[in-house]
Design a protein around this ligand. Structure first.
Ligand code: 4AZ
Length: 424
């Protein structure tokens, strides 16, 4: 639902591997609230979190925002996917330590091994054109993706959190740093708190992309007010969501397409604390439909357990029993029939919406694939063999698989799917 209608673009991008391209002072301090690196905090070691950076380069939107100055929002990162040799922005993210990026569940839940290999986390950037940046960007690969266990694309984007563990630490400096996390026992944000939202997303629904990182001031709304607005759309605002919206003389300020996964930060004393992760909304900059954020206070226990290693990395997949065959279904509703042929979920009936499979491949027994039947919604519903996507009428004929095969279908049209056999 939500995703289908409102975050169409970001999911489309993630599913397809066709990434989207997609401070103002005067914030009120809130004495009495504690952040995760202040005295008595539960998470030590980030003594410099939440302090904005400065640069000599002063250029002086998100929707109705303004150009930020270079290096100010030190924790903002761009998640990029390499397509034909160029890395394209598809979501925002936030450095919460040198090794961890907080982003949206819907920006990270689809990152299988193939997509991970093409994923870049870029910090210290500002302008679209790197030549315009004074600071050298730093690019890191991702070692591990952890999606919130309660995140569900089908259930209103609830708990829209994902964590990316970087392969090596980001070097913190004047331009790259972390934001503060709220402490695990902090009270809820006061309604009406002024916060900043940042990103390289579109300047309007289906609109143009900005040249430089945008920021805008928005205020948090009461959950009841937000629930009422979205009830008109039959959409649920849960406890793990936070709504915010702002206004300038130019119009309503908001996050938009491609901002997803990025931060909503609020000043507490002299430091910025992350209150929300940009998640979804009905359009962008609409007066009656505020931006919806994943409420960091609702995910903080989970975030802290992942960062501290209390949630162990997933064990490597159990040994798959290939029974001498070239492949075995590791997850999802795909199946292998009596002829050893691989079938999409439900084949020869239509496959289901938003379904995924992972098929493990036994390289020792792999032979070329013979496509018996292939029909999927092009280009959304696709099969990845050797990290190459196949959709529409073109299956992976004669390809010898050498790594896991992935099937992904989106929430729109379905088709009959496919049956693939090993060539004798
Ligand atoms: C998006 O598609 C998106 N106006 C993010 C935020 C909002 C809408 C769409 C909220 O990434």
């Amino acid at each position: 639902m939500t995703c289908q209608v409102y975050c169409q673009l970001c999911l489309f991008i993630l599913l397809l591997n066709l990434p989207l391209y997609s401070g103002t002072p005067g914030l009120r301090a809130q004495p009495g609230r504690r952040t995760a690196d202040m005295p008595n905090a539960t998470h030590a070691g980030m003594a410099s979190c939440g302090r904005v950076g400065h640069s000599t380069k002063h250029q002086n939107r998100i929707v109705h925002g303004a150009n930020s100055t270079e290096c100010k929002w030190k924790w903002q990162v761009s998640l990029r996917s390499e397509v034909n040799g160029t890395a394209q922005h598809f979501c925002g993210g936030t450095l919460i330590s040198e090794k961890w990026v907080l982003t949206a569940g819907h920006c990270s839940a689809f990152l299988n091994d193939c997509k991970m290999a093409k994923l870049q986390v870029v910090a210290g950037g500002w302008h679209q054109d790197p030549k315009q940046d004074t600071h050298q960007r730093v690019v890191r690969r991702v070692k591990r993706v952890v999606v919130h266990p309660s995140f569900n694309v089908n259930s209103h984007f609830d708990f829209d959190f994902g964590l990316l563990e970087l392969e090596s630490p980001m070097p913190f400096d004047d331009c790259i740093g972390s934001v503060c996390l709220p402490s695990t026992d902090s009270t809820n944000l006061r309604v009406g708190t002024s916060c900043e939202v940042t990103g390289w997303g579109t300047l309007d629904m289906q609109g143009a992309l900005p040249n430089v990182l945008q920021h805008a001031l928005v205020s948090t709304l009461s959950p009841d007010a937000c629930k009422q607005q979205y009830a008109k759309d039959n959409l649920t605002i849960t406890e793990a969501m936070l709504c915010a919206s702002g206004r300038t003389v130019k119009g309503v300020t908001d996050a938009c397409q491609g901002d997803s996964g990025g931060p909503l930060v609020c000043l507490e004393g002299e430091r910025f604390v992350i209150a929300g992760v940009i998640s979804w909304g009905h359009g962008c900059g609409e007066a009656n439909f505020p931006g919806v954020y994943a409420r960091v206070a609702s995910g903080i226990d989970w975030i802290q357990s992942v960062l501290s290693g209390r949630i162990a990395p997933e064990p490597s997949p159990a040994e798959v029993d290939f029974r001498g065959r070239m492949w075995a279904v590791a997850s999802g509703r795909c199946s292998i029939d009596e002829d050893g042929c691989l079938r999409s979920p439900g084949y020869p009936d239509n496959y289901g919406s938003r379904e995924k499979c992972r098929i493990a491949v036994n390289p020792a027994a792999a032979s070329p694939i013979s496509v018996d039947y292939f029909a999927t919604e092009e280009p959304y519903d696709h099969l990845e063999v050797n990290c190459v996507p196949y959709s529409g009428k073109h299956g992976p004929n004669d390809i010898v698989p050498n790594s896991d095969i992935y099937w992904m279908a989106d929430g729109s049209m379905q088709d009959k799917g496919w049956r693939l056999c090993p060539k004798p």
